[in-house]
Every structure is written in structure tokens, then in C-alpha cells.
Write a protein that binds this ligand. Structure first.
Ligand code: PMP
Ligand code: GLU
Length: 397
């Protein structure tokens, strides 16, 4: 059977694939420590579960309006107003099956062959493949670890061609854990205004920030910036609801309408029960997320400190999200029974096979010098996993 060319342009999500491998090993009774999963280990809050149960009991189990129920869209409008001071009409909100689906609808509605999209690297794995699926060309803007992955407006400008249509901004960033301050975002916004770029602002980790950092949305930098920005967010990370699959996009009405039309012809509405649960999540006070972030903070410090003590490893302290992204390039040329370690992928294979520790290699994020470890897993597992990793690194020749 001859498949469509676009199917051959992409690979399965590496983050999901490695997580699945770790879970399969655990199911076989192998004691594997999973630092690959990009999801909170916390349970979904009780009031959210109760709202879902009530929805089932009330028979709220049918199709809903394709773009999401009014109650949820209004709740999202209220959140954006309360937290960011931004005003949207509910018609400017599209609820989808996770933020990943929101981004996919966006790529379908906005891009066509030849369009170039700027992605600061390192970047979250699905941006590139979603663009490739929609015939667009990802253009990577390399950022530097020793500059905290800062984005420089003049560099940005140099990567823009007449075909450049959009830039993806992801703060807090997966995988680097970097957060952009207002000045950095102003620099990006100025270029976007001057060069007529759409700004895709993925703010899924907005509530997961440390060290007194306050999340800043680029859309808050002025009405002219908001008018060209699509905010992507959802309930997966802030409310430990990865399996419920609710994300949303907020942006210019014409674009949101086009995305809504695509959704109405593809998935129809996101799960009715999950939508009711998401309303309850967005109406929670800050206590649940604050408790979770405080625990992530504790684990973050322990993990980064331990990583920095390992031979050949150096790790910046992330200010957002729940990933450590250590540089492991000083280990290259060290050897094990299968030969020399020459890439992050080699090291990830070594750690999984020899130490039974699952990490995501940096290559699919755009860096072969790093690996990604999630600290959204219990402290006990973190300590055991880091012990094993340290021992394994000491055993390299
Ligand atoms: N953006 C980023 C940066 C992410 O890390 C994730 C996590 N998968 C998503 C979007 C998508 O989240 P979800 O589809 O679970 O809402
Ligand atoms: N965002 C998470 C991660 O990066 C979940 C997996 C995915 O959707 O890619 O691991």
C-alpha cells in the first residue's frame, strides 16, 4: 500500500514512545525508574473528579457544541481576564482534545507548503512534526545554554525570509525549563510586529514556575501584539489532568473560526465529561497547584544538585516546567560494552539498558548535547534513579 508522503515525514512522538517503553518494562516486572514521562505524578484533584462523576450521572454524555461548551469557554475567558488582563469573546476560544490538538488545529488552519515557521531550539518535540505534517518548513533558531536560552531580536530578524509566517514561543519551555522575561518577550513582539508574524504562544506550563518568577504572556504586551497572538494552554499540567485531554486556543476570531471548522470536520467536540471536569479545574483556588509546584520545587533542587555532582554532567537550574536538561557532552567518547558514547541517544540507551533509568535524549528536542529528566515523579524514585545514574556513569570506561 502506498501511503501519503506526509506520513513518511514524521516519527512517533519520542516522549510518548520512551514513556511507553518504560511502562512496558515495568509491566514485565523490571524495576525501571521513569524520568521520561512529561506528566505530573499527582492525582487529579477531588473536586474535578466529582464534577466528572456528576456529569456522567446527569447524562452529560452526548455530543456537545464542537468548539466546546459555553460554560467552559466562558470560564476560560474569565481566567484570561483575571490572570492576564486580556479580554476575549467566547467565540475567540476553541476547546480541543489537549493543547497538542489545539496546536495541530492551528497548524492546519494557518500553514501551507512553503510557509516557514521559526522555532527557538531546543523545542518541544511535536512542534516540528506538526509543521511537517502540514507541509510547512520549520526553521530552527538556535539558542545558547550559557545565555539561559535567550532569544535575541537581531538573530530572530536574520532568520526571517519573505516566507516566514509565524514564530512559536514556549515559556516556560519544555525541555529547557527556561522562562522568558518581559524584555525578551518585548524583543520578540517588536520583530513580530515589524515583520508581520503570527505569534504562537504555548503557555501550558504557565503555573509551574519557581524562584519567584511570574509567568508573562507575550499577548499582554499590547493590543497590537494580542491581535496577532494565539495563546495555547490547557488543564493537563496545572491540574494533573493529562489523561482527560482538554486544551484550548485563544486568539483572533478568523483564525479560531477556521480551526473550529477543521475540528468540527475531524474530531467533533472534546470529551463532554472532561469539559465539565475542566470547568471545575479552572474554578479551583490556587491551593492544589501551589502544593504541587512546591513539591516540584523541592525535587528540582535535589535533582539539579545531584546531576551537577556527577562526572561529566552539568545542569542549569530551570525556572519553570518540570524538567532538568543536563548537558552530557563531556561524556562523549567514554565507552561501554557496545562502544563509544557519541550522542545523547547513546547515553539514553546506556542508561536504560545498564541502569534501568529512562530519560529522553536531546536529539528530538534539537540538541544532541543534552538529555531530559522529568522531576514530576516521586522523591523516592528520583533519589534511586539518580543513584543508579551516578553509578552507571562511574562505570563508563
Ligand atoms: N506543549 C508543551 C510544551 C508540552 O510539553 C505539552 C505536553 N504534552 C503540550 C503542549 C501538550 O499538552 P496536552 O496535549 O496534554 O494538553
Ligand atoms: N509534554 C509531555 C512531554 O514532553 C507529554 C508527552 C507528549 O505529549 O509529547 O513529555
Amino acid at each position: 500500500m502506498k501511503l501519503a508522503a506526509r506520513a513518511g515525514r514524521i516519527i512517533p512522538s519520542p516522549t510518548l514512545a520512551i514513556t511507553a517503553t518504560a511502562k512496558a518494562m515495568a509491566a514485565q516486572g523490571i524495576d525501571v525508574i521513569d524520568f521520561a514521562s512529561g506528566e505530573p505524578d499527582f492525582d487529579t484533584p477531588e473536586p474535578v473528579k466529582a464534577a466528572a462523576e456528576a456529569a456522567i450521572r446527569a447524562g452529560f454524555t452526548k455530543y456537545t457544541p464542537s468548539s466546546g461548551i459555553d460554560e467552559l469557554r466562558t470560564t476560560i475567558v474569565e481566567k484570561l481576564q483575571a490572570e492576564l488582563g486580556l479580554r476575549y469573546d467566547p467565540s475567540q476560544i476553541l476547546v480541543s482534545c489537549g493543547a497538542k490538538h489545539s496546536l495541530y488545529n492551528l497548524a492546519e488552519a494557518l500553514f501551507e507548503a512553503g510557509d516557514e515557521v521559526l522555532i527557538p531550539a531546543p523545542f518541544w518535540v511535536s512542534y516540528r512534526d506538526q509543521l511537517l505534517l502540514n507541509d510547512a518548513t520549520p526553521v530552527l533558531l538556535e539558542t545558547r545554554e550559557d545565555e539561559g536560552y535567550a532569544i535575541h531580536p537581531d538573530e530572530l530578524e536574520r532568520h526571517i525570509t519573505p516566507r516566514t509566517k509565524a514564530i512559536i514561543v514556549n515559556s516556560p519551555c519544555n525541555p529547557t525549563g527556561a522562562t522568558y522575561d518581559r524584555a525578551t518577550l518585548e524583543g520578540i513582539a517588536t520583530v513580530a510586529l515589524r515583520r508581520d508574524l503570527v505569534i504562537i504562544s504555548d503557555e501550558i506550563y504557565d503555573k509551574i514556575v519557581y524562584d519567584g518568577v511570574r509567568h508573562c504572556s507575550i499577548a499582554t504586551l499590547g493590543q497590537d501584539v494580542a491581535a496577532r497572538t494565539v495563546i495555547i494552554n490547557g488543564v493537563s499540567k496545572a491540574y494533573a489532568m493529562t489523561g482527560w485531554r482538554i486544551g484550548y486556543a485563544a486568539g483572533p476570531k478568523s483564525l479560531i473560526t477556521a480551526m473550529a471548522n477543521i475540528q468540527s470536520q475531524s474530531t467533533s467536540n472534546p470529551c463532554s465529561i472532561s469539559q465539565k471536569a475542566a470547568v471545575a479545574a479552572l474554578r479551583l483556588d490556587d491551593a492544589f497547584t501551589a502544593r504541587m509546584v512546591a513539591e516540584f520545587d523541592r525535587r528540582r533542587r535535589v535533582m539539579v544538585e545531584r546531576l551537577n555532582k556527577m562526572p561529566g554532567v552539568s545542569c542549569r537550574i530551570p525556572t519553570g516546567a518540570f524538567y532538568a536538561f543536563p548537558n552530557i557532552s563531556r561524556l562523549f567518547t567514554r565507552r561501554w560494552k557496545r562502544g563509544a558514547i557519541t550522542s545523547a541517544s547513546d547515553l539514553a540507551t546506556y542508561l536504560l539498558e545498564e541502569a534501568k533509568v529512562a530519560v529522553v535524549p536531546g536529539e528530538p528536542f534539537g540538541s544532541s548535547a543534552h538529555i531530559r529528566l522529568s522531576y514530576a515523579t516521586g522523591m523516592d524514585a528520583i533519589l534511586r534513579g539518580l543513584d543508579r545514574m551516578e553509578t552507571a556513569l562511574q562505570h563508563l570506561d
